[in-house]
Write a protein that binds this ligand. Structure first.
Ligand code: 5RP
Length: 295
C-alpha cells in the first residue's frame, strides 16, 4: 500500500472523453468478463439505451414494513411492467413475486441492522452464492459503509461476494451507504465509489451529487443512482434526468416510486428519461398526461 505522504488531489477527469474500453461489450468495465457475467449484465442494462430502471423494494431488510410497501404481494407485481430490474430480498421475492416474472433480479444479500440501531454500518453477508444461483439473480447487492465503524467488515462482505460471484458468473453491485455521519459530497462519493470499484464490483449504486460527472468519470463500472427519500415527483424526475445527463447508467428508485400516489405513472415517466432521452420537463408532462388519462 503506497504511503500517504504527498498524496496529490486527483483533478484530471477528462469528462468530455467517453469511457475508452468498450471494444466488445456495451456495459462499462465489463469487456473482459465471461459470457455468463455479460448475460446477467445484459438482463440489467438495456442493449439499446445502455441504461436500467431498477425498482428497489429491499427496504424491509432493516426498516421493516415501510410506507408504501405494506403489501409487497400487491405493490411489486403491479409495478413490474414499468421497470427493468426488481431489487429485493430473497424473502420478499420468494414469497411475493411470481417466478415467471420476466425481469432482471438484483438480490439484496447483505443485512444485519435494524431501525432500532444507532449505527447501521454493521452487516453480514446473509445470502450465500448457492441461494443467489437458485434465485437466478442477475446481481448481488452488498451495502458498503466507507468511513463508518463497519467499514472493514462491509468491505470483507463485498470481497467475499465478489469472489463467489466471479466463481459462478454472477455480478456484484456495491451499494454506497450514506449513514447520518457520512457526507453527500462529490469528494465523499468519489472516494467511496472508487474504493468499491477497485474492489472489483460490476455495478455501483450511489447518490446524485454536485460534480457527479466527475464521480462517473473516475468510476470504471456503471453507476445507478438511488432515489433517496420521497421528493415531489417533479424534483425526483429532475434528479433522474440530471443523473442520466451526467453519466449514470440508470436509477435504482424505491420511495420515489412506491410512495408516489401514482406509482405506475411515476415509474413509466422515469423510464422515459432513462431509456428515451426525455427531459425532466417532458417526463413530468408525460406523468401528468398519464394520470389525467386514468381519471
Ligand atoms: C435501502 C436501499 C434501497 O435499495 C435504495 O436506497 C434505493 O431505494 P430509495 O430510492 O428508496 O432510496 O438500499 O436500504
Amino acid at each position: 500500500m503506497p504511503d500517504l505522504e504527498g498524496v496529490k488531489i486527483a483533478k484530471d477527469y477528462h469528462v468530455d472523453i467517453p469511457f475508452a474500453n468498450t471494444k466488445s461489450f456495451y456495459v462499462k468495465g465489463a469487456n473482459n468478463l465471461d459470457w455468463g457475467m455479460k448475460r446477467h449484465l445484459a438482463n440489467i442494462f438495456s442493449p439499446v439505451s445502455g441504461n436500467t430502471v431498477m425498482f428497489a423494494f429491499d427496504h424491509g431488510y432493516f426498516m421493516g414494513s415501510t410506507a408504501g410497501l405494506e403489501r409487497l404481494d400487491l405493490v411489486v407485481p403491479n409495478l413490474s411492467d414499468y421497470v427493468d430490474v426488481l431489487m429485493g430480498t430473497r424473502g420478499a421475492l420468494r414469497a411475493c413475486v411470481p417466478p415467471d416474472i420476466r425481469k432482471g433480479i438484483a438480490l439484496r444479500v447483505s443485512s444485519g441492522s435494524s431501525m432500532l440501531n444507532d449505527d447501521l454500518s454493521h452487516e453480514v453477508l446473509a445470502v450465500d452464492i448457492q441461494d443467489a444461483i437458485r434465485m437466478n439473480a442477475d446481481c448481488m447487492a452488498v451495502q458498503v459503509f466507507i468511513g463508518a465503524d463497519g467499514q472493514l467488515a462491509s468491505i470483507d462482505n463485498l470481497s467475499r461476494c465478489i469472489n463467489a460471484g466471479l466463481s459462478y458468473s454472477i455480478p456484484t453491485m456495491g451499494v454506497v451507504a450514506v449513514g447520518k455521519d457520512m457526507e453527500r459530497t462529490d469528494s465523499y462519493f468519489k472516494l467511496a465509489t472508487r474504493i468499491i470499484a477497485e474492489m472489483g464490483v460490476n455495478i455501483i449504486k450511489t447518490y446524485y451529487c454536485d460534480n457527479f460527472e466527475e464521480v462517473v468519470a473516475a468510476c470504471p463500472v456503471p453507476i445507478v443512482v438511488a432515489g433517496g427519500k420521497k421528493l415531489p415527483e417533479q424534483e425526483a424526475l429532475q434528479m433522474a434526468y440530471l443523473s442520466i445527463q451526467h453519466g449514470a447508467n440508470g436509477v435504482d428508485m424505491g420511495r420515489n416510486i412506491f410512495q408516489s400516489y401514482h406509482a405506475t405513472a411515476m415509474a413509466a415517466a422515469i423510464g422515459k428519461i432513462v431509456h428515451e432521452k426525455f427531459t425532466d420537463k417532458q417526463a413530468y408532462e408525460f406523468y401528468l398526461d398519464t394520470i389525467n388519462e386514468k381519471k
